[in-house]
Design a protein around this ligand. Sequence first.
Ligand code: IMP
Ligand code: MG
Length: 177
Amino acid sequence: MGDTLTTLIAEELIAERVAELASQIDEDYRAVSDDLVLIGVLKGSFVFLADLTRRLTIPHRVEFIAVSSYGDREAEEPGAVRLILDVRHDIGNKHVVVVEDIVDTGYTLSYLVRLLEARRPASLRTCTLLRKPDRAQVEVTIDYLGFDIPDVWVVGYGLDFAERYRTLPRICAMKKP
Ligand code: IMP
Ligand code: MG
């Protein structure tokens, strides 16, 4: 493997912040209860979403969506995003929170916001565990933010490098070999 990993956010700190985000969401959506849907963006958000959803005390549903970016066609079409897997239920008139692992350029989340807004949910908010403010290319509103981080590649807690390190319990900065 040969990658150098340095802890950026320890397990306890993640847990603390996830609990804070969950209680914020609890408070904000207490009145709508039954109509709250959390949509996790696969694959990166699955660990964060699993922890977040179990911290919520209000009723809610969980859905998943998957996208991929056209990495190799980046030069022709910067920021192009493709839908790979859609949610299984109609979100019309539901209160939706999109849950991401990380917002980097912002292309993915802004694509998802446009896609989901078109389906006329009762409301749509965004939640991301991490954000790299120095990398932003497009503006996208983040309603619930875990941590701002510097422009480094991070792995662990759901985030990967070539499918590796997703199950590390902490978030590490990785120096690519
Ligand atoms: P964006 O469209 O540039 O904001 O990219 C968002 C997606 O790129 C995230 O959902 C991740 O899948 C991936 N990504 C961006 N930065 C990192 C990182 O540091 N580690 C792991 N995945 C990342
Ligand atoms: Mg992601």
